[in-house]
Design a protein around this ligand. Structure first.
Ligand code: SIN
Ligand code: CO
Length: 380
C-alpha cells in the first residue's frame, strides 16, 4: 500500500513492482478527489444516444443481477429503488473536457495505452458484482465510500456465471479488503478479481487502459495490403510435375503461406507505424476539434500545446521523427526530436524552438499542418 499524493510516488519503482502484475492500494492519492460530475449530470449522460451507459441492478431479495444498456428514458430513474443499483458512463473524456485534468496524474503511462475514463454512480449496496477485466484500470474514489475486495492476479479459476451478458466470478480470495474514501485509489491489473460495493451513495472514476490484439494487427496489415494491390502475391505451383488426382492438399501451399507471413512481419518500421497510427486514435475514433487555431495567429513569443483530449504517440519512421495524432502522421526533421518529445508529452512549447519567424520560412510544414488541423492550442 502507498500512502500520500500520487504525484510523490516513485513511478519507475511502482511500474516495476506492480504494473500488469499485482493490485495496489493508494491511500490519499488525491488531495482534491475528482469531482467534475454530479449524480444528476451523470444521469443526463445516460439519456443520450451517443453515450455508452449501463444500469446494473441487483435484486435485493433474490440477489439476481440485471443490466440495462442506455440510452435510458428519464422516467426510468424515478422507478428505481433507493439501493442496489449503479449507473456507469463510459468514455466521459470524449464528452467532458474537464475530465482531461485527471489524465495529467497518469502521464507516466504513455497516451497510446490509455483507453477511456468511466464514471460510476452507485446507490447504497450498488456495484457491478465480482469480476475480472482484461485491461489495467485505476479506480479512484470521488464522492462517498465503497468497500472494495480485490484478489490476486490470476485468481479467476473458480468459475464464472454469465448473467445478462455480465460475467461474474463465483469466488475469489481477497488480498485487499478496504473501504475507499474520497481521494483513495486502487490499481487493478488485467485478470484480477475485484468487487466494489457502495456504502451509501458514491461516485467512482475508472481510468482504463487498452492494448492491441493479434487479430487487430492482422486487420491493420490487411487494410494496408488492400491499399497496395500490386504488392500482393499469388500462390504459384511451378513445382507441379505429377498428377494429383486424389486432391491432396499440398505442403507447398502452407510453405507459401508461412513465407508470406514472414515477409510481412519482416518490416518492423511498417508494423510500428501501423500500430502507432491505430493507437493514436482516441476512443471517439476521430478527433472533435474544439479550438481551430490558425497558423497566422502565431507570434514570435507564442507557445503551443497539444490539446488535452487528442490521441498521440511518436516514433522514428523513414529517418524522420513521426508524430502520429489521431491516425494522421506529421513528419519532422530529426533536429526537432527533443522539441517533438515535449510537444508529444502535452508540454507547452515555444514556437521559437521550431525556428518560428513571421515569414514561416524555416518553420516545419508538419507543424503548420498540426496547428491548422486544430490539434494544438496557442497559449499566447
Ligand atoms: C465500478 O466503478 O463500480 C466498476 C469499475 C470496475 O470494476 O472496473
Ligand atoms: Co472492473
Amino acid at each position: 500500500m502507498f500512502n500520500g499524493s500520487l504525484k510523490d510516488i516513485n513511478k519507475s519503482q511502482w511500474l516495476e513492482e506492480y504494473w500488469q502484475k499485482a493490485p495496489c492500494l493508494f491511500k490519499n492519492a488525491f488531495d482534491d478527489p475528482p469531482d467534475f460530475l454530479s449524480p444528476d449530470e451523470l444521469a443526463g449522460f445516460a439519456l443520450q444516444d451517443e453515450v455508452e451507459s449501463r444500469l446494473i441492478i441487483q435484486n435485493s431479495q433474490t440477489s439476481q443481477w440485471t443490466i440495462e444498456h442506455g440510452p435510458l428514458e428519464q422516467s426510468r430513474f424515478s422507478s428505481l429503488t433507493e439501493s442496489h443499483w449503479t449507473l456507469l458512463i463510459q468514455s466521459i473524456d470524449s464528452w467532458l473536457p474537464e475530465s482531461h485534468e485527471l489524465l495529467n496524474y497518469f502521464r507516466f503511462i504513455p497516451r497510446w495505452r490509455f483507453d477511456d475514463i468511466m464514471v460510476s454512480f452507485a446507490t447504497d449496496l450498488g456495484g457491478v458484482g465480482p469480476h475480472a477485466d482484461n485491461y489495467d484500470v485505476f479506480l479512484i474514489q470521488g464522492i462517498g465510500e465503497r468497500r472494495w475486495r480485490v484478489g490476486a492476479k490470476g485468481d479467476t479459476s473458480k468459475g464464472t456465471t454469465v448473467i445478462d451478458g455480465m460475467s461474474h466470478l463465483q469466488d475469489f480470495t481477497p488480498i485487499i479488503d478496504v473501504v475507499m474514501q474520497p481521494g483513495d485509489m486502487l490499481y487493478i491489473p488485467p485478470d484480477t478479481p475485484h468487487w466494489g460495493i457502495s456504502k451509501g451513495e458514491s461516485i467512482g472514476y475508472s481510468v482504463g487502459y487498452r492494448s492491441i490484439q493479434t487479430h487487430q494487427l492482422l486487420s491493420l496489415l490487411t487494410e494496408k495490403l488492400a491499399e497496395t494491390p500490386h504488392h500482393q502475391q499469388f500462390f504459384a505451383d511451378l513445382y507441379r510435375k505429377k498428377e494429383n488426382k486424389s486432391n491432396f492438399f499440398e505442403d507447398q501451399l502452407v510453405q507459401w503461406a508461412q513465407q508470406q507471413l514472414i515477409d510481412l512481419s519482416s518490416q518492423p518500421e511498417l508494423l510500428a507505424d501501423l500500430m502507432s497510427k491505430q493507437l493514436s486514435l482516441s476512443k471517439l475514433g476521430e478527433y472533435q476539434s474544439t479550438n481551430i487555431t490558425d497558423i497566422q495567429q502565431l507570434k514570435e513569443d507564442s507557445q503551443i500545446q497539444l490539446q488535452q483530449g487528442v490521441g498521440v504517440n511518436w516514433l522514428i519512421f523513414d529517418q524522420k521523427v513521426r508524430l502520429n495524432v489521431e491516425g494522421e502522421s506529421f513528419d519532422f526533421d530529426p533536429k526537432y526530436l527533443e522539441t517533438v518529445k515535449l510537444l508529444a508529452s502535452f508540454s507547452p512549447v515555444s514556437v521559437k524552438l521550431f525556428n518560428f519567424s513571421p515569414d514561416l520560412i524555416d518553420f516545419p510544414s508538419a507543424l503548420t499542418n498540426l496547428v491548422n488541423r486544430g490539434y494544438v492550442n496557442t497559449i499566447k
